[in-house]
Ligand binder design. Structure first.
Ligand code: ZN
Length: 193
């Protein structure tokens, strides 16, 4: 399931089919509108140059952190401090909303700007860690894809962003590699090609 922070990280995309194509959607008006609309956030579109630089910087830091966690590392004090630094950029209003059993504490962003958006992303990342521990952040196992996602399966074994796309593609690749090895026994003995 896509989260605010993973949607943000995946604004830098890579063609999972292996064409080598990649792109950065963060600077595009269309992506900015989509992103704000999807997560109920407000800021000026288009974001100005400084705001885009600031967002790219955070995206890089958060991507490094997500990769480390996906690699079985754990959050340390500096990692939490990084999230706190970004959360300082936005202020929220606390409000009890809903009815009866459904009452919940709602945090509503105060500022309609990209700094607030960064604060919300940092909060969403930290919240995800509190909910599920840091062992559920994944990077798709297809080396061409590298999609960042949150593994919400019960046994934490999700390897691909999507089994129908990347999962299938990698299955076909393994099958072809095996066939090739069968036709060329030397290569199989050597174990690599
Ligand atoms: Zn993938």
């Amino acid at each position: 399931m896509e989260r605010l922070w993973s949607d943000f990280l995946n604004s830098e995309w890579h063609d999972w089919r292996g064409s080598g194509k990649s792109g950065d959607r963060l600077g595009q008006d269309k992506w900015q509108e989509y992103f704000l609309g999807s997560w109920g956030l407000k800021a000026t579109v288009p974001a100005d140059e400084d705001e885009i630089l600031h967002m790219r910087k955070f995206r890089k830091q958060l991507h490094e952190l997500a990769s480390r966690l996906a690699d079985d590392s754990q959050m340390n004090t500096e990692d939490w401090a990084l999230l706190n630094e970004y959360m300082k950029l936005g202020v929220v209003r606390r409000q009890f909303a809903g009815e009866g059993e459904g009452i919940e504490l709602k945090l509503t962003p105060i500022n309609d700007d990209w700094k607030q958006v960064l604060a919300e992303i940092a909060a969403s990342f930290g919240q995800t860690l509190l909910e599920g521990g840091d062992g559920r952040i994944r990077i798709c196992d297809n080396p061409d894809c590298r999609w960042v996602f949150y593994d919400d399966t019960r046994n934490r074994t999700k390897k691909y962003c999507d089994d129908k796309t990347c999962g299938n593609l990698m299955k076909v690749r393994r099958f072809r590699a095996r066939k090739k090895a069968e036709h060329d026994p030397d290569e199989m003995e050597n174990g690599s090609s």
